[in-house]
Write a protein that binds this ligand. Structure first.
Ligand SMILES: Nc1ncnc2c1ncn2[C@@H]1O[C@H](COP(=O)(O)OP(=O)(O)OP(=O)(O)O)[C@@H](O)[C@H]1O
Length: 214
């Protein structure tokens, strides 16, 4: 469970959010410039809010009153972006294993084989990112994020750089992930239709106002 109550200002733009997010896929929609990426950045710890609190599974990550701020690498939050951002000089296997480095010393993450099976990437393990399709790259990026053993996964427009065919190929894997793990996911998109089948809850961001969308 992710609980947040915060306000942040950047130039003329103000974002305010009061939210409680549980398991499943929470779709975050809203027009361009509404504050969706800023919201993820605050949750991931890449931005420090001006005011407020964030907690994940009852553990406080940010509290501006007590000046508490857990840095991104200690939050156990995985991230997948529009571009896969794989290391070009490492093959798929080593890109995946890189995720492990963030699992934490005392936290046993999922086995590499489990993630490879979940995402059907066994045939790709020895390839470099340049020899993968866009959709395959995104599957590897998701795998790398999962191997860091996150308690929350942030997906910022994960299919928007893909053509319709690749998009349609990737979405079933996200559905499989939703159904086979209890991992809560926040999925930012411009297009409601894209996540219509996947989403279990909705959040709307408009002009910096973040609200649960029924
Ligand atoms: N460094 C900055 N200084 C001032 N304003 C900024 C800065 N960075 C972002 N903003 C503003 O913050 C607002 C929120 O931006 P954000 O990237 O979160 O929007 P978004 O909903 O993710 O948009 P998109 O869907 O186009 O990616 C925008 O209005 C943007 O102009």
């Amino acid at each position: 469970m992710l609980d947040l109550s915060l306000a942040h200002r950047l130039g003329d733009f103000t974002l305010t959010a009061e939210l409680r997010i549980g398991a499943g896929v929470t779709a975050i929609t809203g027009p361009s410039g509404a504050g969706k990426t800023m919201l993820l950045s605050l949750i991931a710890g890449l931005t420090r809010p001006a005011r407020g609190q964030i907690s994940l599974n009852g553990i406080s990550l940010v509290n501006t009153e007590t000046k508490q701020f857990v840095p991104p690498h200690r939050r156990h939050i995985g991230q997948v972006f529009q571009e896969a951002r794989l290391f070009p000089h490492l093959n798929v296997r080593h890109n995946l294993l890189y995720g492990r480095l963030f699992a934490g010393r005392n936290r046993i993450g999922p086995a590499l084989e489990t993630i490879v099976d979940l995402l059907d990437i066994a045939p790709l393990l020895h390839r470099r990112p340049r020899d993968l399709s866009g959709g395959e790259r995104q599957r590897v990026a998701i795998g790398r994020a999962l191997l860091s053993n996150p308690t929350l996964l942030l997906l910022d427009e994960p299919v928007s750089a893909l053509d319709p065919v690749r998009k349609a190929e990737l979405l079933p894997y996200l559905r499989r992930l939703r159904d086979s793990t209890g991992l809560p996911m926040l999925y930012v998109t411009h297009q409601r239709e894209e996540v219509a089948e996947l989403a279990t809850a909705w959040v709307r961001v408009e002009n910096g106002m973040v609200t649960a969308d029924q």
